[in-house]
Design a protein around this ligand. Sequence first.
Ligand code: RB5
Length: 143
Amino acid sequence: MKIALGADHGGFELKEKIKAHLIEKGYEVLDLGTHSTESVDYPTFGHAVGHAVVDKKADYGVLVCGTGIGISIAANKVPGVRAALCTNTTMARLTREHNNANILAMGGRIVGDVLALEMVDVFLATEFQGGRHEKRVDAIENI
Ligand code: RB5
């Protein structure tokens, strides 16, 4: 499975930890930057990861900015993206089960490293439940 990663300067350090964690677990990683703590604009990376997922260059995406807010807003502008900003593992699980989220977003200045890696693991291990959730997700796509 291939995971696209993106972050701004506020999420760079956590993105690097997520990258190492994913590689250790045997995932392929598509790192779309940023590649340092130099100040950059989060929409660039939300957009890049959103397109990588929708264009099937990656199966899922993980995005990190300072809060996770800006980068998730940007990613969700790409049609077909369902980026979920999560702050705990319950949200990471439920957004896969109910929303069929294809991108996990988080705040590098909000969550600790251990929680962040747990959220990534839970997100990637959880399947969409379908059923009653299917028509709701379809309705999002038809907006
Ligand atoms: C960058 O300073 C910060 O605004 C950004 O990382 C993010 O938190 C925006 O939502």
